[in-house]
Design a protein around this ligand. Sequence first.
Ligand SMILES: *Cc1c(COP(=O)(O)O)cnc(C)c1O
Length: 262
Amino acid sequence: MSEQRSPSELASRYQAVRQRIADAAARAGRDSDSVHLVAVTKYASLAQVRELIELGHCDFGESRMQHLLQISAQVQEHLDRRRELGHVDGLTDRVRWHFIGHLQRNKVRRIQPLCRLIHSVDSLRLAEEIQAAAREDHPPTEVLVQVNVDGERGKHGVAPAAAEHLIDQMTTMPDVRVRGLMCMGPQSEDPEATRPVFERAYELFDDIRRSAGLERFDVLSMGMTQDFEVAIECGANVVRVGSAIFGTPDPDAVEAEAAEAS
Ligand SMILES: *Cc1c(COP(=O)(O)O)cnc(C)c1O
């Protein structure tokens, strides 16, 4: 008996985002495979994350340490149980976490072992802490340098003029590997206000890629729900999308985040 199931709301939103990524990549003359989607779980439930994993999605991003510790442990438990039940489709090994929020130095040791990529390195001292937290017999921690491209107040990130120097200093750290840049667009309703900022971010990324002589400096993480298509058109190859996939946050979650961020 075949079960006719219509796709869930989450599955439809996810497919819609993937389609918009593919369309934006096509407009920019790029292959849609060249753009990686990080699904931001900030306001997602565990059930939603599990459903996305079942749909084959692997890359998840989180901006709050507490939520990352909690949800990554719950997901791991779910995957372990799945494996015990005999699912051998390899999903377990493919799920990867990205830390995308402001990172305090005293949290590095808890975050670092969980993360595939830390998007938000914005000071030498933070980089040094990641180096100090390195564990023997582990590959280097891959990180992005967060740049505050438009100098908007209250936004984290190094000034564009300081990015290359910071990256130079980080190349002396054997257990930290800088893979690229991350930036946030301006807080504007108008995606076109964002374009010049993302264009500048791409120029900076490209300059450093050419001049710094790093082995693999190839990640440009920019674009969220309100501006990921513009970001792709400007050269982003990682986009971090939350609400367009998981729905708009409920007010309690927003409050909790504000409390943790302050
Ligand atoms: C929350 C967040 C996102 C995703 O935001 P949406 O607007 O929900 O897509 C992306 N990047 C960072 C750094 C975030 O904190």
